[in-house]
Design a protein around this ligand. Sequence first.
Ligand code: SF4
Length: 222
Amino acid sequence: MSEMNPPENMNSNGYEVPPEMRNNIAITTLDKIWNMGRRYSVWPMMFGLACCAIEMICTAASRYDLARFGMEVMRPSPRQADLMIVSGTVTKKMIPQIVRLYNQMPEPKYVLAMGACASGGGPFKEGYNVVSGVDKYVPVDVYVPGCPPTPQALLHGLMKLQEKIDSESIRTVRWYQPGGEEPIPVPILGPDIIDPRDFPKFKSVKAAPAKAETAAESAEAA
Ligand code: SF4
């Protein structure tokens, strides 16, 4: 027996188990049970934004088989999904809808930014109509690089998400703290995109002083 093995009267968690009960009971933690239930039943929301969505669709098809992760049930409703895969270019026109959908998802919920566009703007970064990364508006848990990422890369990202879920504790995740989590204010699309969280900054900007009348304009008015 290796030195790392627990004594015979203890299980692997260090709890003492009477001999007659050995092999009949399992002792674990609430966090482990809770995390196991979630890691094997992450249901992605079914929506795509651009070319990366094609790779996401391939990942869900028979060749790659998302079902082995318990993730094959892509939901067309945010109310029944707990993973938002942002697959494609995030335009300013779409970000209000993305934030609204995120707010409608039940907790616990996760976001995976798939591809260069969703992660940081990609080839369109700082384009007049493109958001430089969806993480400017919603919290991203996993970034999958690539343009586009392959289905294998997306699967790797999903496994990273499972690892993240494994490390969570029901006592510390942000959703179950006193007061819960506030919904994210939905951006407003006007001539440009406006984030309502920036309103305090706007208020602090002093109005520019009115243009002083020139001597010529004063004389003309007189
Ligand atoms: S990262 Fe590349 S493949 Fe993906 S949406 Fe952007 S341009 Fe298309």
